[in-house]
Design a protein around this ligand. Structure first.
Ligand code: MN
Length: 254
């Protein structure tokens, strides 16, 4: 088995080091990750400046680009082979509900999925790296089980996994979830720069709005590991018929 690892927190982040250490004896593992923290870069690709790849002393390769850049160039020439699995993370903080739209951790995994390769995004729920080793052990368990159940060879899939920051023995089971929803983000934070200009800082993510039973928010609050299969098609299939009538009406008046 060949595994490509990336992340969005950067190649020096504790989460990607722990993930590599946990997976390195299961497969041929390569790490190609952003040089800098690229959290919330989603699926962004760098089109208007060149990308450079360097190798760190631990063997990880790092790129002056986004998470999706890393996976994209890995799969389109840099690796020279097709990995069986793309694994992203372990992220410093939750990627649940609406976070998945913005997440660079999910973006890296999704890039693999778009190339037809099974992919998993791993995140820890709290943003402080506590119990990172137990999260890495769970990531290893999951990859091992999927490999032994031949899930990695078939059709591609994209899984989003969030792991509570708990000791290994206190983690609940893996619970299949739908994404919850968050409230809109908190207000932008303004400050005045030393030169007198107003600076704007994007505010914190909103609190959970839909954290009902069955959501990732609910499962992780209960100590379980949430696992959500994601798709890329953003079409609102349920409203297609509604919009068909509306679109016909708009067309007739145009
Ligand atoms: Mn991140």
């Amino acid at each position: 088995m060949k595994i490509l690892i990336s992340n969005d927190d950067g190649y020096q982040a504790p989460g990607i080091v722990a993930l590599y250490e946990a997976l390195k004896d299961l497969a041929d593992v390569e790490v190609i990750a952003p040089e800098q923290n690229n959290s919330a870069k989603s699926n962004a690709l760098t089109l208007h400046s060149p990308l450079y790849v360097n190798r760190a002393s631990n063997g990880f390769r790092y790129v002056n680009g986004t998470p999706a850049d890393c996976v994209h160039i890995a799969l389109t020439g840099l690796l020279g082979y097709r990995p069986d699995l793309v694994v992203s993370g372990i992220n410093n903080g939750a990627n649940m509900g609406d976070d998945t739209i913005y997440s660079g951790t999910v973006g890296a995994a999704m890039e693999g999925f778009l190339f037809g390769i099974p992919a998993i995004a791993f995140s820890q729920v709290e943003k402080n790296w506590t119990h990172l080793e137990s999260a890495a052990c769970k990531a290893r368990d999951l990859v091992l089980q999927m490999s032994s159940q031949k899930l990695i060879a078939g059709n591609p899939w994209l899984l989003n996994v969030n792991i509570p920051n708990r000791p290994y023995g206190q983690l609940g089971h893996v619970k299949l979830c739908r994404l919850g929803r968050r409230h809109a983000a908190e207000a932008v934070i303004t400050q005045v720069s030393p030169r007198g200009d107003t600076m704007y800082w994007i505010g914190a993510a909103g609190a959970s709005k839909d954290d009902a039973d069955g959501t990732d928010f609910h499962a992780t609050t209960q100590g379980h590991i949430s696992m959500t299969p994601l798709k890329v098609d953003l079409t609102d299939h349920e409203s297609l018929s509604y919009w068909a009538q509306t679109a016909a009406r708009l067309a007739s008046k145009a």
